[in-house]
Ligand binder design. Structure first.
Ligand code: LER
Ligand code: MN
Length: 294
């Protein structure tokens, strides 16, 4: 499993001043870097593509919809605008060289309409993602729908919700992203959610319960890795957490991260932790194979 980190650790609005992060992230030992996409046309996509090509690491994208873009809005004009926006997101992701775009692409964060998901909303979301499926084929792009917790959306909170939507969309390039931070709130069991996602699982955000350094909180990451191995998961593991940097007021960590944890601390600590788990896991599997062979 390839290991990556999201630039969310540093900022949510990537500009030309952040291009050097790509080689820094490669030098830290990651082989993938995820770009947060809030306003696709504001991203320095060409410079980012060059930086990815020069550094030799892969790009994935996490798209967060602006407040006036909502594929499940009761307003038909807003739904139409959302399809246009998602087209742009896929095009800009492709411009950066990405083959995967994930995130809560079904509604803006904080869209909480005060009712349970309706059949209309499911139909609107299905039509929206089906209408961009040709573009996904054109750019050979995978789209991974990320269930989020109840404070961010009521529409898609669990793998079970996401699987139903995937079945309705019924396109091989549309699947699920699991974020352990959200799953820790919404799923009864993260390992069971992973197993139930099976081949629909296309992307994983490894995120501590407080978005801090992996291994410093209460998520059982060894069990997460174990479940991913059981379903033969072949996607990447993206560290999604927040670091504190006084010069980045646009970073989520500016408000939420532990002030003693810089983005670099988050990156180094989390990578070290994940590598140790993967090594331990590998050793245990070898021992099991040897024992059963002997
Ligand atoms: C995006 O990956 C995510 O996890 C959301 O919580 C962003 O708000
Ligand atoms: Mn996430």
């Amino acid at each position: 499993m390839k290991l990556g980190i999201s630039i969310f650790a540093w900022t949510s609005t990537v500009s030309n001043s952040h291009i050097d992060l790509i080689s820094q992230i490669r030098d830290l030992g990651f082989s993938v870097c995820e770009v947060p996409m809030l306003a696709p046309t504001m991203l320095p996509s060409r410079s980012l593509r060059n930086a990815f090509e020069e550094s030799g690491i892969e790009c994935t994208v996490c798209s967060i919809l602006p407040q006036n873009v909502n594929p499940i809005s009761p307003d038909a004009a807003e739904r139409k605008k959302s399809i246009h926006h998602l087209h742009k997101c896929v095009e800009v992701a492709a411009e950066m060289g990405a083959r995967l775009i994930g995130g809560p692409l079904f509604a803006p964060i904080g869209y909480l309409p005060g009712h349970r998901p309706t059949e209309d909303e499911v139909t609107w979301a299905t039509e929206c993602f089906q209408s961009i499926s040709g573009l996904l084929d054109q750019y050979q792009m995978t789209l991974a729908l990320e269930p989020v917790n109840r404070s961010e959306s009521l529409f898609l909170r669990t793998v079970s919700d996401a699987r139903k939507l995937c079945r309705a969309i019924n396109h091989p390039r549309v699947g699920i992203a699991i974020d352990t931070f959200h799953a820790n709130i919404e799923e009864k069991s993260i390992p069971e959610a992973i197993i139930s996602a099976g081949a629909d699982l296309r992307h994983v955000h490894m995120s501590e319960n407080d978005r801090g350094v992996l291994g410093s909180g209460n998520i059982d990451f060894p069990n997460v890795i174990d479940s991913l191995t059981k379903i033969n998961y072949e996607g990447v593991l993206i560290v999604e957490g927040f670091g504190y940097s006084p010069s980045e007021p646009n970073a989520p960590g500016y408000l939420l991260a532990d002030k003693t944890t810089s983005p670099i601390d988050l990156a180094k600590g989390s990578l070290n932790y994940l590598r140790n788990i993967l090594t331990q896991h590998e050793l245990e599997n070898q021992m099991i194979k040897q024992t059963s062979a002997g």
